[in-house]
Design a protein around this ligand. Structure first.
Ligand SMILES: NC(=O)c1ccc[n+]([C@@H]2O[C@H](COP(=O)([O-])OP(=O)(O)OC[C@H]3O[C@@H](n4cnc5c(N)ncnc54)[C@H](OP(=O)(O)O)[C@@H]3O)[C@@H](O)[C@H]2O)c1
Length: 326
């Protein structure tokens, strides 16, 4: 599958390398709003064609799929345009701005006969299969509570899209994406209700705190933000043991990919894993297996984020999660 890259954001360096090192995948073109940036990034990444303008990339004969790394507010527009050109879509997280937009992408891809995934790598790590087995098999006992924290502390450049609400900036979509997705994954279903609050600075949410209520009395808490050091961890607490992971969104550099099962007596069972989550994600997109499981996960994650935003707009009150479907 021949990929064209839409946008030249910071994340493209890593993902382009992952695309270039995945079997049966090549990267043939990269598009920027300006010719100079396209040329510079094409030369940096070893990509043959530098394209001025995103639409021009969609019209190329040597592109079968796009990798979209634009600010969130532009994801739906360009994913749908790509689908209408018959191109498969790998779109950065958050998939869109809302569940309704996420469904529009899904519908456009179905109509265009193309495949799509959001680039949420952790869902595709072999370790995530182990998380699923432990949670589903009863290894942890009965699940009671899930807690998740995702943050980083970084002075932003003034033009960072994360500080621009009109581009989908702020930690609710950016980091709440991982946290809400983890809650859905670990609690084996959708939350019924949420209550959430944010701290706004520079015009966007820079800290999010939320509580979620699932069926059967299972609860979850979320903490996200740009005002604490990097956290990417969760605990899934069961009646017999807790599953604890401190790097679920992306393994720490130069450290083994790891997690622990911690029981009531203080016994700790450590596990480590091999494998690239991004290459496995790309391989799934370019393969022929059904992608419905991950597509539904993305749409549901947006339904949770919609409810979080609704609660924030209602002063932190408890609101019902409305699951949006095709
Ligand atoms: N999966 C992950 O681990 C991961 C990690 C980081 C980020 N992300 C996601 O990847 C996406 C891009 O993030 P990033 O940090 O790479 O973004 P970034 O560095 O801000 O780059 C975004 C790119 O979008 C293009 N763009 C078009 N219109 C723009 C506008 N009005 N303002 C700013 N940029 C505009 C620009 O490319 P041109 O000017 O060249 O057209 C720019 O280089 C986001 O959705 C983010 O959440 C994912």
């Amino acid at each position: 599958m021949r990929f064209g890259v839409v946008g030249t954001g910071r994340i493209t360096r890593r993902l382009v390398a992952d695309l270039q090192s995945t079997d049966n995948v090549t990267v043939t073109a990269i598009a920027s709003r300006t010719r100079d940036r396209a040329s510079w990034y094409a030369s940096q990444y070893g990509i043959a064609a530098a394209v001025e303008g995103y639409e021009a990339l969609l019209q190329r004969e040597d592109v079968d799929a796009v990798y979209i790394s634009l600010p969130p507010s532009m994801h739906a527009e360009w994913a749908i345009a790509a689908a209408e050109h018959g191109l498969h879509v790998l779109c950065e997280k958050p998939l869109a701005m809302s569940a309704a937009q996420a469904v529009s992408i899904d519908v456009a891809c179905q109509n265009g006969g193309v495949r799509w995934l959001d680039a949420t790598g952790w869902l595709h790590h072999p370790r995530t299969d182990a998380f699923s087995d432990w949670i589903r098999s009863g290894r942890l006992g009965e699940i009671g509570h899930v807690s998740v924290a995702v943050s980083f502390y970084q002075p932003f450049q003034s033009d960072d899209h994360r500080l621009d609400a009109s581009l989908g900036g702020g930690c609710v979509l950016d980091l709440g994406w991982y946290a809400s997705g983890l809650v859905r994954f670990a609690s084996l279903g959708m939350p019924l209700e949420v209550a959430a609050d944010v701290v706004i600075r520079e015009g966007v949410p820079q800290r999010l705190t939320a509580m979620l209520w699932m069926a059967d009395g299972v609860t979850a808490t979320i903490s996200c933000g740009y005002d604490t050091a990097t956290r990417k961890w969760f605990e899934v607490a069961g009646s017999a043991a807790s599953l604890i992971c401190d790097d679920f969104t992306r393994p720490w550099a130069e450290r083994p990919t790891r997690c622990w099962i911690h029981d009531a007596s203080g016994q700790v069972e450590g596990h480590t894993f091999e494998g690239s989550q991004e290459r496995r994600m790309i391989a799934r997109l370019v393969g022929d297996q059904a992608l419905t499981e991950w597509q539904q996960h993305a749409i549901d994650t947006h339904s949770i984020l919609d409810a979080i935003s609704l609660s924030v707009n209602h002063g932190g009150g408890r609101v019902t999660v409305r699951q949006v479907t095709d």
